[in-house]
Write a protein that binds this ligand. Sequence first.
Ligand code: GLC
Ligand code: GLC
Length: 649
Amino acid sequence: MIHAEIDINQEAAWSLERLLPRLEDKLTAEIEADPQMWQVFQARLQEHFPRLFRLYHHLYAKHYDFFFYLELLLISMAKAAFERPADLRELDSERETNPQWFQSNQMVGGVCYVDLFAGNLTKMHEKIPYFKELGLTYLHLMPLFKMPEKENDGGYAVSNFREVHPPLGTMEQLAELSRALRKEGISLVIDLIINHTSNEHEWAQRAIAGERRYQAMYGIYPDRTIPDAYEKNLREIFPEEHPGAFTWFESLKAWVWTTFHSYQWDLDYGNPDVFNHMAEEMFFLANQGVEIFRLDAVAFIWKELGTNCENLPEAHMILQGFNALTRIVAPSMLFKSEAIVHPDEVVKYISPDECQLSYNPLVMALLWNTLATRNVNLLHQALATRFNINPATSWVNYVRCHDDIGWTFDDADAARLGINGSDHRKFLNEFYRGRFPGSFARGLPFQENPKTGDCRISGTCASLAGLEKALREEGPEEVELAIKRIALLYDMIMTLGGIPLIYLGDEIGTLNDYSYLDDPAHKDDSRWVHRPKADWERYAKRHDPSTIEGRVYACMQAIIAFRKTHPELAGGELETIESGNTSVLAFSRAYQGSARLVIFANFSEQEQTISARVIEQNNLPGKQQLFGESTLTPQHNLVLPPLDFVIFG
Ligand code: GLC
Ligand code: GLC
């Protein structure tokens, strides 16, 4: 019948029927040696292949050699399943029975660079007792793969996904570290940098050498015709580094798609060969013991002429395809999306079938907004309207990370509160650069774009929260306030719902480090101001309450201990409460029918009062005060000292 639409499920079933005997043929030795794995693998295929097929078909059926690539993919999958080490197979079955393990209130994340935090992987191993002391259950090591020697975007330019950057150690050491961490209940999180490779990667090198197959893995154009057509609709991501999205390479005599730096070449996922190659890199790393992949720059992975090439439906299909692969090969694996884009787009990456975890860039930006404005309205609105996600997924809430802060709130949301989005972003940039009168912050601009006036902000948590200015220019009272601001931000992310993520260094109040200006490879990228080398002499003071380090650390420990002992803080269910005071955010938390915790956060440096009406509506007189310094007056008003964070339960 000419007009019958193809029945994709039927096609999937037939394809699998045809492919299985071919796999059995290719993998006789493996199947004989490990018949049980073959059974498991087939069972998982029966369940997840239809979904994988649907996605792969949608993306690649227009290629005449579609079936060839599908077969190659299945072979790689089966090989990876056979190679999966015993302890990880065990983890797979454990998590298949408890897929929501990451909702626990025990979850606390940390993130750091191997070289800057410890030196190398061996020394990182020695830090495990520290991670335990802090209470981490999730450790994200920033990119540690082989990278170009000088400029490498902090490792985000990968030259080989299967080799650890030699100064940091070896792949065996990484696998060893993952096992040691797992023994202590800490999941290893590593970046999967899928959008691009460095120009020193073998694929790029072979493209430069003229191999057609490898040239077809990147966006390479002989002249400006196609780049110009695309650029009509593209946003500039790193405008200080190069204008537009393409770079001319004399070695190739061609323009290469480079969304980020010119040494980071975008892969072309329109080509199934790229999907398959990246899948193999992913399987390899999953089998080293990586439990969670942070999927880098996911918004950019699919390009379509006439669009802005961000957040396209096919980008989601690629991620869903990778998700289906992990369900079959390494089902304990989770994905975390790094989509630092408009909030409407951020949530589209979050689903059990795509990325189970996601950074929460909106809440991050609005926490800083609230400190600057002392007005909780935007944050309250975001928590009320944009925080709830599928209960089988989770936010990763953070205060700072290795990147800049971009003000990614929605202009229409802001307009509803009478705020002009673009003026407000200008204010926030002025405030956090320390140029707005009375600002406590010491931040730096990042990627200022003179054409659009856009700018983002760099700086450590402590410097942005006022500690740098207070210590250098003010005095003990301002220092006290700065410490309270740091504590308040971390109190928020530890209790909001989702996995809290500490940018390691923040827990001892690490300040900006301006020495990056002396390094030619870093001086043009202000993000290095908040990527200092860990100072272990300062860490040694963390238990001394007379030091800054000790005071910040004590705040951090207090809220982590609270989180770990209150199962109400598991999961992500949050209800906002009208506090009746524009400087005080109020919300409640409960998990699976537990009693409710009621939380108030004073974002101003002035004492604030909550009326008896709000207190009684939330039944606070019948609850206990569990955290914070505030007091209920005999008249049932709640009086919150400056920047106080109070929990009733
Ligand atoms: C991600 C990383 C950032 C990097 C970019 C390009 O956004 O977080 O540090 O510059 O990707 O890889
Ligand atoms: C842009 C990208 C984001 C990336 C950041 C790096 O904002 O959208 O993905 O993290 O640049 O600075």
